[in-house]
Design a protein around this ligand. Sequence first.
Ligand SMILES: C[S@@+](CC[C@H](N)C(=O)[O-])C[C@H]1O[C@@H](n2cnc3c(N)ncnc32)[C@H](O)[C@@H]1O
Length: 251
Amino acid sequence: MAHDISIDETQFNTMIQLLASSAKDLFLSPACRQYFAKDTFEKRGSPVREFTGPSAGAMPGTIAHNRIQIDDGTFTSAPRTLRLINPLSSIHDVFTGAVNMKVLSIGPRTEMELLHLVGIGFLPGNITGLDLISTSPWIDLGDMHAMPYPDTAFDVVISGWVLAYSKNPQKAVDEMLRVVKPGGIVAIGVTYNPDAAEIEYKNEGDRIQGRIFRRVAELTAMIGPRLGPIYFQHEPEADEKLPVMLIARIR
Ligand SMILES: C[S@@+](CC[C@H](N)C(=O)[O-])C[C@H]1O[C@@H](n2cnc3c(N)ncnc32)[C@H](O)[C@@H]1O
């Protein structure tokens, strides 16, 4: 039987008060993350900094391609982080102890992904962002192939839709394994695109097609002997455009 939810005014106002009393819950909403990240960015005067050092593996055109959603003011990818951060949030030690964990977000592009991590319980001071483009003082400028962090600095490392921009993904994964603690967690997401399966990467003006990953096994092979239990994996069953995702513990 169909069930309609109708919220009366009292219920609505009470729920708004509940949300206001636990502000981090606001960041579980993609629309709120998008609004807040964009508004903060604009109020700061919208500075965008770019990594200018030599990259040990970024594809040509990566910065120009990834600036598009910033420069056009849309910040459109707000819902995508649900795919990787929601399953991450259900792992026991994250669910119960995120407040004590240090997390690195590689390639957040904007604060939206960092705010999502706040929503699932990480403290802002324990969240580090690293990107070739920085839209916020919260996001360090740097290259994932040579990260400016010491060994074993993080409990969790997340790389959502970033590896496609690498000419040398093994080097990027080796860096993730260097900065994550033994016993920590790595979360990786990419998109498989069958229309681009014949090519590794190409530039179309500023648009990069990206490196193609088809199977989770391609991700686990890069992790190698340090791969621990797999908590979440996802790949297309047929030859269709879908995400390839892995969340695993690292030995
Ligand atoms: C497609 S966006 C992903 C944004 C967000 N993680 C998401 O899932 O929606 C890819 C981001 O990775 C960054 N990136 C690409 N190559 C990088 C590299 N070598 N080092 C650091 N960041 C990189 C880009 O600048 C961009 O901000």
